[in-house]
Design a protein around this ligand. Structure first.
Ligand code: GLU
Length: 513
């Protein structure tokens, strides 16, 4: 196979939607798998839609995910520049080639003339499409002599350049995901290639650049499939059809309900991220919270995105970027829409936390610990994260969920206390404090053994009566980690203090019943 070269070609029109990150990821995986090259190209020829900051956002988002382009703006490469706004002269040259070969023509139609055509079609209950059926009646160079055309151009009359779509041709696209997709040229309009401001349209710039940048595979969202018909015609017009890239159109990303396409607005509506990073737009409507700010580990996001439209055909779900690179296969991309299952995204994040090394997690949690004004050694934090990591979803959950490792219990789960606390047993529970105070080896194993022994032999109560009370007095909640491990980490003095304070609180809760 010849050297694979793929590109991610976003338009900097705002924050990059998570679907764009998936497109970038699939391109990146294909390139990496075959030792090829992944390129970032910024498609910024539509000046009206240009949004400052969007390019930086795209670059930062890719970086956060570990998807690093080998060529692109700010990186360089042999085929630059990689920002389309810096390639205007190239597009002018190729537009001229299309005109010279008879595959494109100048269109001088004014807005009023075009509107008149639209009205005429509307009156017939049809939609006006500038193309083979009517191009001979319109104000373009096909209907003017060479001299007339020249005179018009010299007079400075505004014009666009349109592709002359051939009649009666079948346009076949061999899509790696969808097999053969066929369009009839008679249904296609004469798309504008060069706008009146001298900027190329997406279609021209995209095809010219894919060719000049030696792109071998075009992997992009399904919404671009209809444009591909025009792209194939352009390759044909330039005489490049034999070396056209291979196309793969990715399935749509559907809402969490599975019904309808996931939209930007769904994020705010459902309180979930649909963008990789937060974005401050001009209005609140245009501002979004990102996966990063939501507390996601980028590895989990990449793993989640990889499965949005692809699967390895095995049971394995946890894949590092490196493993994805090895397992990825364009042939296994699915055709049907992929449901954006946010619970699954959270599940991936939980898996990454569980499998993270405690020292790394402790480091990641440290800023939140400091910000809360808590003091804790590295060793303490490592044990803390080790105990909680199977119980949290996000890195940001550790401190709020485990605050009681750093300060006294703030509130108790009263319902459980009303059920489990028998004031008559208080004397026995006081004995437990003394018993605990006499345990010298304050480790999880020893505490487990000794306290269980005490329950069995001396308490006159069962595990189900004692352990919940111990747990509630120590942490306030039934949801925490192993009670003996918590006690060992908190230390003897602290545990003894929490027990007596807890018993008082429990008596009060009972009395208020
Ligand atoms: N600029 C297009 C976009 O914003 C690129 C589509 C393509 O990959 O051809 O998605």
């Amino acid at each position: 196979m010849k050297d694979i070269r793929v590109r991610f070609a976003p338009s900097p029109t705002g924050a990059l939607h998570i679907g764009g990150v998936r497109t970038a990821l699939y391109n990146y995986l294909l390139a990496k798998k075959h030792g090829g090259t992944f390129i970032l190209r910024i498609e910024d020829t539509d000046q009206n839609r240009y949004v400052p900051g969007a390019e930086d956002y795209i670059i930062e988002a890719l970086k956060w995910c570990g998807i690093e382009p080998a060529e692109g703006p700010g990186i360089g490469g042999e085929y630059g520049p990689y920002r389309q706004s810096e390639r205007k002269a190239i597009y002018a040259e190729y537009t001229q080639k299309l005109i010279d070969s008879g595959n494109a023509y100048y269109a001088f139609d004014t807005d009023e003339e075009l509107q008149a055509m639209r009205d005429e079609y509307e009156a017939k209950k049809e939609v006006f499409k500038y193309g083979h059926a009517n191009r001979r009646r319109l104000n373009n160079s096909l209907n003017l002599s060479a001299e007339e055309t020249q005179a018009k151009l010299e007079s400075g009359a505004p014009y666009t350049v349109r592709l002359k779509v051939p009649t009666d041709q079948a346009v076949n696209i061999q899509d790696l995901v969808r097999d053969t997709v066929t369009f009839q040229s008679n249904e296609l309009d004469d798309k504008i290639m060069m706008k009146s401001d001298g900027m190329p349209t997406y279609h021209l710039a995209n095809v010219v650049d894919d060719r000049l940048m030696r792109i071998t595979h075009v992997i992009r969202g399904e919404e671009w499939l209809p444009s591909t018909a025009h792209h194939v015609l352009l390759y044909r017009a330039f005489g490049w059809e034999d070396e056209m890239p291979q196309f793969a159109h990715l399935p749509l990303i559907m809402k969490p309900t599975g019904k309808g396409k996931l939209s930007k607005r769904d994020g705010a509506k459902l309180g979930i991220p649909v963008f990789p990073l937060s974005w401050e737009g001009k209005t609140e409507e245009d501002s979004f919270t990102g996966f990063r700010e939501f507390g996601f580990d980028p590895r989990a996001v990449v793993n989640f995105l990889a499965f949005l439209g692809w699967n390895p055909g095995t049971e394995q779900e946890i894949f590092s970027l490196q493993e994805l690179t090895e397992a990825f296969d364009v042939e296994k991309i699915v055709k049907s829409g992929a449901r954006f299952d946010f619970d699954k995204a959270k599940w991936f994040n939980e898996q990454y936390l569980i499998h993270s090394d405690n020292a790394a997690l402790a480091k990641a949690v440290r800023p939140a610990v400091d910000a809360a004004g808590y003091e804790a050694s590295d060793e303490f934090l490592e044990q803390f994260v080790g105990m909680l990591k199977e119980r949290v979803t996000f890195i940001t959950d550790f401190v709020p969920q485990g605050y009681y490792f750093f300060e006294p219990v703030k509130s108790y789960e009263e319902k459980m206390i009303r059920k489990k606390w028998k004031p008559d047993n208080r004397a026995k529970f006081e004995e437990l404090i003394d018993f605990i105070k006499n345990i010298d080896d304050f480790t999880t194993d020893n505490l487990t053994e000794k306290i269980k022994g005490w329950i069995n032999e001396d308490s006159g109560m069962g595990f189900g009566q004692v352990l919940p009370i111990l747990r509630l007095a120590t942490s306030g909640t039934m949801k925490g980690p192993d009670v003996f491990a918590m006690m060992a980490l908190l230390g003897k003095e602290e545990v003894a203090a929490r027990l007596s304070k807890g018993y008082d609180a429990f008596d009060e809760i009972k009395a208020a019943q």
